[in-house]
Design a protein around this ligand. Structure first.
Ligand SMILES: Cc1cc2nc3c(=O)[nH]c(=O)nc-3n(C[C@H](O)[C@H](O)[C@H](O)COP(=O)(O)OP(=O)(O)OC[C@H]3O[C@@H](n4cnc5c(N)ncnc54)[C@H](O)[C@@H]3O)c2cc1C
Length: 364
């Protein structure tokens, strides 16, 4: 945790602004009151910096052998072990296999076989610029979401204010098409023509080479077969607007460690327990609005996505749902497990009148 905090930023607040007139719709303080209420700080961190912290931790563990440059092309579950084959002809064998190979998971195709993810009709652009290049008059120390009709923009500082991350997501019939930069630029300007001038200035900074079609999957209940299990996007595609997919993958990892420990290496039992513990929470963050995430989208100020009016309280409800703790193994199961070091301290109460008052008084 300390290593992550050293490379992370703590924003002053989460803001939701109206994309048309720039009016502030929602402010969620993320300072001391947030920490008092949720026990842990709200942080933002560059993906590479987080990966490096995790990588360093793996390197320090004698129990972990890192095998880089290993593109998996197939696997076989032999009952009491699982083997993977790699593109360069190697075979690696272990007692069980946790596949965290993303939205277009090879392992998912074998375990579930539900084909390619479905584009949802939106495109995403992402750009990081040096803070010194940012000339637009926008809050620089907060996580800001501008919600508009059929589009939104999110921005926040990274690396202790040295960099500035901008993400734009918008509905478009060309989400899956490849085009040149001039075509993308014209489309962006047309889509955001009604947006606040600051938003349009932010979009002008976008590097159009990083453009993705937003896609999702129909949620499924089971993510394992035998001694092989899926984790992260491979198991449950997240709603990108909620920006919780990587968080869900990390929670999955913790949950799996706990269930494997509690089941004393009965992997099939551990994987069943993991599915049961993680299903509801990951569905809440899942990307298929028609099936499971409707309430999130409808209650946000992303009004164009569902033609609903913005709700100042909706945004808070969404984040409170996400922050209201993870679904890992209940404490009684952990403490009864053989190794006492897996025992966790009791969770702090979620909400007290004191922390509620602090939440309301915190400022950006
Ligand atoms: C625009 C955008 C913004 C986002 N913002 C956030 C955010 O702010 N917060 C957040 O929590 N989430 C965010 N997400 C979601 C987040 O990026 C994903 O949910 C997260 O990366 C999923 O992690 P993962 O480990 O499951 O999969 P991935 O990050 O996709 O990692 C899969 C890995 O497996 C490797 N791999 C794939 N196939 C093979 C194979 N056959 N053999 C070997 N290796 C293989 C890939 O190279 C890759 O390294 C965002 C997503 C998008 C698109």
């Amino acid at each position: 945790m300390d290593e992550v905090l050293a490379v992370a930023d703590t924003p002053a607040a989460l803001l939701m602004l109206d994309a048309l007139d720039g009016k502030e719709l929602v402010r969620i303080p993320t300072g001391a009151s947030f920490r008092a209420r949720f026990k842990y700080p709200y942080v933002i961190v560059h993906r590479i910096d987080l990966h490096n912290v995790l990588l360093d931790a793996c390197r320090k563990s004698a129990a972990i052998e890192l095998v880089p440059q290993a593109m998996v092309t197939g696997f076989e579950d032999g009952g009491d072990n699982v083997s993977v084959s790699t593109a360069d002809g190697r075979t690696l064998t272990g007692a069980a296999l946790i596949a965290a190979d993303g939205l277009r998971s090879l392992f998912r195709q074998t375990l579930i076989g539900d084909g390619e993810p479905h584009p949802v009709g939106y495109a995403a652009l992402r750009t990081i610029v040096p803070m010194g290049e940012l000339k637009v008059d926008v809050p620089r120390d907060c996580v800001v979401l501008w919600g508009g009709p059929g589009y939104h923009v999110v921005h926040y500082p990274l690396r202790h204010g040295a960099e500035f991350n901008i993400v734009a997501v918008f509905r478009t019939t060309t989400h899956a098409e490849k085009a040149d930069a001039a075509t993308y630029r014209a489309e962006l300007e047309q889509t955001y023509r009604s947006a606040h001038p600051s938003m349009r200035e932010l979009n002008a900074m976008m590097d159009l080479r990083w453009r993705r079609s937003v896609a999702d999957r129909t949620p499924v209940r089971h993510w394992h077969k035998g001694n092989t299990v899926l984790l992260g996007d491979a198991a449950h595609a997240p709603l990108q607007s909620l920006a919780q997919g990587a968080c869900m993958a990390i929670e999955d990892g913790l949950c799996l460690a706990e269930t494997i420990h509690a089941a004393e290496r009965d992997f099939a039992a551990a994987f069943r327990r993991y599915e049961a513990l993680r299903l509801t929470r990951t569905r809440a963050c899942s990307s298929n609005p028609a099936r499971c995430g409707n309430r999130f989208i409808m209650s946000t100020a992303l009004r164009g996505m569902c033609a609903m009016p913005p709700s100042p309280h909706g945004m808070k409800r969404i984040y409170l749902t996400v922050w209201r703790g993870s679904t890992t193994v209940p404490e009684r199961e952990i403490t009864s497990a053989a190794n006492p070091k897996f025992a966790r301290p009791r969770r702090a109460p979620m909400r007290t009148s004191a922390s509620k008052a602090a939440l309301q008084s915190d400022t950006c």
